[in-house]
Unconditional design. Structure first.
Length: 462
């Protein structure tokens, strides 16, 4: 096609087709009559385009080898140089430079998506953003060097300088990583399904998957750990390989390194835990001073050493505390329940607390409305006289001496209604309070005998 000299030293040509504009040596040089609405400005811009429509090429060799692609925009030195795909946008030197048949990509920035060949529906904004992607699809990289090593991974999002910079999966796979923030997920290589939001969030993660980190420095030391959730500034910041931890709050579970299945909700919760596991701390400073315990549960502001209760290295404790960190109720590692303040709440009434063999607390009652099948007792003086009153020391009571009866002997006397049995059916305890009825029955029988003897004596003396 004949070239026409243009003022200013540019070479322009007269392309065929409808509504085409070409400015530059060989720009739109191959356009045929079917190509419409194309604009090419720059030497060799769109030079191979034949029947493509509505494309824009601005820059040296921009859209140089495109033949039939349509609705592409290439602005910059060699932008979209090799493409035959459709609806791509490339702005910047070498942006989408090697794109071949892929479509619906957007690259803004020097070398953005420069290696992409067949990957589609990618978005890269920033110098070298997504510059290694070749066949990966539906990725979003925004920021200089964002997702700079990913080649074939699909469906990742990286927003921020060097976010997800080292990610390089081995095959086309749905990776579903989301990195938002400076260096977020920076060293991730093959980990999948991670979400990192905040500067340096999940910074050192390499192969760990299914982690969520929100906040500057959240879980930033994690390397191969998976299934962790960290929300808050420096939450779970020291964790390296611990798994299935949940940390919500500033510095929550900050010290955990290899511990697993811990939960910390609140500022500084469980900050001293390093290798502990299955601890649950809810409340600001909850468990703050605990260092090596496992399976502890704290609700409230109890730090691990308040109010005379020190469980800093203990395990299997449950503590309910108030807003000042004072323990109100706790259960120790043996399952024993303590409520120190209850001891000071006294009453002149009889005891009405009973602990069943399953450990449940029950209220003792005596009203007729709680009873049925009421009959007069048959056991009395005869059975009472068979019992042996003893003194003893309890196995867990030191040198204290108690008085009482033996449950097995009461059972053998046939007084089973006063015996409490263990789960295996053996005598375990006595309902001492109920044995008052046995004493009353014995006194009544004895009084009947006394009355009869008194009457007989009176008769004899009269």
């Amino acid at each position: 096609m004949a070239l026409t000299k243009v003022t200013g030293g540019l070479l322009g040509n007269l392309p065929t087709g409808t509504g085409n504009v070409a400015v530059g040596d060989t720009a739109l040089d191959s356009i045929e009559s079917g190509g419409t609405g194309n604009v090419a400005i720059g030497s060799a811009a769109g030079t191979a385009l034949t029947v493509g429509d509505e494309s824009v090429a601005v820059g040296f060799e921009a859209l140089m080898t495109a033949t039939t692609g349509a609705e592409n925009v290439g602005v910059g030195y060699r932008a979209l140089k090799l493409t035959t795909g459709n609806s791509n946008v490339a702005v910047g030197k070498n942006a989408l430079a090697t794109n071949s048949s892929a479509s619906n990509n957007t690259a803004v920035g020097t070398n953005a998506l420069t290696a992409n060949t067949t990957g589609s529906s990618n978005v890269a904004v920033g110098s070298a953003a997504g510059d290694a992607i070749t066949t990966g699809n539906t990725n979003v990289a925004i920021g200089a060097n964002a997702m700079t090593t990913n080649t074939v991974g699909d469906r990742n999002v990286a927003v921020g300088h060097a976010a997800l910079a080292l990610y390089i999966p081995s095959s086309n796979e749905d990776s579903y990583n989301v990195a938002v923030g400076y260096n977020a997920l920076y060293t991730d290589t093959t980990g999948k399904n991670n979400t990192a939001v905040g500067g340096n969030a999940l910074l050192l993660n390499t192969t760990g998957s299914a982690n969520t980190a929100v906040g500057t420095g959240a879980s930033d030391a994690s390397t191969t750990a998976s299934y962790n959730t960290a929300v808050g500034f420096e939450a779970l910041t020291a964790n390296t390989t611990g798994t299935e931890n949940v940390a919500i709050g500033v510095a929550a579970l900050k010290g955990v390194t290899t511990g697993y299945e811990n939960i910390g909700i609140g500022r500084n919760t469980g900050e001293g835990i390093t290798t502990g596991f299955r601890n649950t701390f809810i409340g600001d400073d909850a468990g703050y001073l605990i260092t090596g315990g496992n399976n502890n549960t704290i609700i409230g502001r109890y730090t691990g050493n308040n109010g005379g209760l020190d469980i800093r290295t203990a395990s299997n404790y449950i503590v309910l505390s108030d807003g000042d960190g004072n323990p109100r109720v706790h259960i120790d590692s043996n399952g024993y329940i303590y409520s120190p303040s209850t001891y000071g709440l006294t009453t002149g009434g009889a005891a009405n607390m009973f602990i069943a063999t399953d450990g449940s607390f029950q209220r003792s009652t005596s009203s007729l409305r709680y009873k049925n099948t009421v009959e007069d007792a048959t056991h009395g003086l005869t059975e009472l006289l068979t019992l042996r009153s003893v003194t003893y020391k309890g196995n867990n009571d030191g040198e204290t001496v108690f008085g009482g009866l033996i449950a097995e002997e009461v059972h053998d006397a046939g007084l089973t209604e006063f015996v409490q049995y263990a789960e295996d059916g053996t005598p375990d305890a006595l309902a001492y309070g109920n044995m008052v009825s046995l004493c009353i029955k014995a006194i009544q029988e004895q009084q009947t005998l006394i009355t009869a003897l008194t009457a007989r004596v009176a008769e004899l003396e009269g």
